[in-house]
Design a protein. Structure first.
Length: 231
């Protein structure tokens, strides 16, 4: 086989592998645009900022990834079962906006940071889907500021470790304050017209006893009142 033929064969194999990954991702899903294969941290951050990028397909283990945001309508999926994203130490991880889906990927931030959190400057969460995800770091979804509606669907979320003691917003109710959970879904809006619905399945946190899960509306728990020091 001459050099030209070898190059053609290698290219064909690479194309076949990429097509196979894309086909696996697309199985059972409806897509309007083809997925974009991501293999580096730099490529991941750049692709999230592309207006036409909709489906991000992560392959391999991405390390030293800075905090990044999924634009409305974007999805993030692991191309293979061991796909992972490890964030820079000491920073929050993946920020969601509106109508985002994250599927089949391991997200690792520092345990005292947020692995997944949401942009509270959008009007609605739309439909947020977290499917077959593992994390190190908190998963925090809040309806506050301008967020007044949305639906959250979880189908398989394992939070291996999370330390939420440094979070400043402490749920307050029944005369006591509590810390946020490793998984926290909190509608902080006091207006009854602000509604967040959820379907949570296969949710687990930590490796010791205790749930570490906090789901509430403002009717039961409010933000802890500010304490002012006397002069």
């Amino acid at each position: 086989m001459n050099r030209y033929a070898k190059v053609l064969t290698a290219s064909a194999l690479a194309y076949t592998a990429q097509a196979s990954i894309a086909a696996k991702w697309a199985k059972g899903m409806t897509m309007s645009t083809p997925p974009q294969l991501i293999t580096t941290a730099e490529q991941l951050v750049a692709t999230t900022e592309e207006a036409r990028a909709r489906h991000l397909l992560v392959r391999g283990n991405l390390v030293d990834v800075p905090s990044f945001r999924l634009a409305p309508g974007q999805t993030l999926t692991g191309a293979v079962d061991n796909a992972s994203i490890s964030f820079v130490k000491g920073v929050d991880g993946l920020q969601l906006s509106t109508n985002n889906e994250v599927r089949s990927v391991h997200l690792e931030a520092s345990a005292d940071r947020r692995a997944i959190f949401n942009d509270t400057g959008v009007e609605s969460l739309g439909r947020i889907r977290l499917i077959r995800i593992t994390t190190v770091g908190q998963v925090l979804l809040l309806a506050r500021d301008t967020v007044r509606s949305g639906h959250v669907e979880v189908d398989g979320l394992d939070i291996v470790a999370a330390d939420t003691r440094a979070q400043r917003d402490l749920p307050y109710g029944f005369g006591v304050s509590v810390i946020q959970g490793a998984f926290t879904l909190w509608n902080m809006q006091t207006d009854e017209s602000a509604v967040i619905s959820a379907r949570l399945k296969g949710l687990s946190t930590g490796r010791a006893s205790g749930s570490g899960i906090f789901v509430s509306g403002a009717g039961l728990f409010q933000r802890r009142p500010a304490i002012s020091a006397a002069a």
